[in-house]
Ligand binder design. Structure first.
Ligand code: F6R
Ligand code: MG
Ligand code: MG
Length: 366
């Protein structure tokens, strides 16, 4: 069965501050998508949240980038923003950067990850959702899942994965993309994706079959708005089992917390903590950044699930390490490497401070 899986998300208002989502907003989204399912636009849906981000997980047969699906998402976010405004929630409508819908939510603020698939008899899907971080946060996890045999033993011993995966890398500044094959081109690939804020991995493909294996949201709010308006808080869809990495291989990269950009005011490096949906409530210094993993089996487009994959004691150590790392990073206060390097600060307070002090800078003559 041909199917499209769309994950479209936006921060439409936080409760309290930027720490969580309000149940009334989730209910409003639920009602909106229930109607779309009843009307036949959606096969199925699941509404959830990660921190202050509202997540719409939808299956349908309209294809990627479909106007009706994107309009549904936009209208849902607008309705939820109205509820957020009535409740006086913080930053209501924060990610809706355009005044009116214009065909596709890409470039309008919301984050989008979509894939067209031929549903397998057992279609295992893991959807990663992050809060308080930016769109390159998936680069290292995706590299580990699909190109690192120390993470994914299937690359070595499973015949159907042995030919490797192809990575589609985007240059978000120049709006260009390139496909690099692994394992042959891993050194070239790492030159780019190691600089994750500029070169996010947009998609991964199974080389032999060409099938889509993973798709992430790469929208950068700061580039769209030209100023800091909150972090991207990206999502990523990963297909699992069979010719794709097993569930345990997909989750394994998160067993050790990595440092990602985001956290307080989107201006700091901090550890990415794998948590259950209930623990996606970034409170300490507005963080540390969180990642939730929802697992589904698809059955003729029906979303069987979710299973809250990080609600497992085997990720307790990762959480503890993340808390320890958070202590170390916080100790640096306003200094790098906790605070982002200058280039990354260009969309925060830096330009205003620079403008104010321009005349006070004098040439060094002695
Ligand atoms: C980070 C984030 C928060 C806010 C901070 C200030 O992505 O959302 O850390 O940047 O709480 O928020 P405002 O400017 O809304 O008061
Ligand atoms: Mg927010
Ligand atoms: Mg958020």
């Amino acid at each position: 069965m041909e199917l499209t899986l769309s994950v479209i998300k936006a921060d439409i208002g936080g409760y309290v501050g930027h720490s969580d989502s309000h149940p009334d907003c989730l209910q409003t989204a639920e009602d909106s998508l229930a109607k779309a399912k009843k009307d036949g636009l959606l096969i199925d849906y699941h509404v959830t949240k990660c921190g202050d981000d509202l997540q719409l997980i939808m299956t349908h047969q309209k294809g990627k980038g479909n106007e009706e699906i994107h309009r549904l998402s936009w209208d849902t976010f607008v309705c939820c923003t109205d509820v957020a405004k009535k409740l006086g929630l913080h930053g209501a409508g924060q990610d809706l950067l355009a005044d009116a819908f214009s065909g596709n939510v890409k470039g309008m603020g919301p984050g989008v990850a979509e894939m067209d698939i031929e549903e397998r008899p057992s279609e295992v899907i893991i959807i990663f959702m992050a809060d308080k971080t930016s769109s390159g946060a998936w680069n290292m996890p995706l590299y580990k899942m699909f190109a690192d045999p120390f993470n994914t033993i299937g690359l070595v011993i499973a015949e159907n994965m042995h030919n490797g995966f192809a990575f589609e890398v985007h240059d978000v500044k120049e709006s260009k993309k390139i496909i690099l094959n692994t394992p042959d081109e891993i050194y070239d690939l790492l030159v780019y994706i190691g600089a994750s804020s500029r070169y996010p991995v947009k998609a991964v493909y199974h080389r032999e079959s060409g099938e889509i294996a993973a798709e992430s949201s790469t929208q950068k709010l700061a580039l769209i708005a030209g100023r800091y308006v909150g972090k991207d808080d990206p999502v990523c869809i990963v297909r699992s089992q069979g010719k794709f990495p097993a569930v345990g291989e997909v989750l394994e990269p998160f067993a050790v917390p990595i440092l990602v950009e985001g956290w307080m005011r989107g201006s700091h490096y901090g550890p990415l903590m794998p948590v259950s949906m209930h623990d996606s409530t970034p409170t300490r210094f507005d963080g540390p950044p969180r990642v939730v993993a929802y697992g589904f089996q698809l059955a003729s487009g029906k979303l069987i699930g979710p299973r809250d994959m990080f609600a497992d004691i085997s990720f307790d150590n990762a959480r503890q390490k993340a808390n320890n790392l958070a202590d170390v990073m916080r100790y640096h206060g306003p200094f790098e490497p906790h605070r982002l390097p200058l280039e990354e600060m260009e969309y925060t307070t830096m330009p205003a401070v620079e403008k104010k002090l321009t005349d006070r800078f004098k040439p060094i003559t002695d």
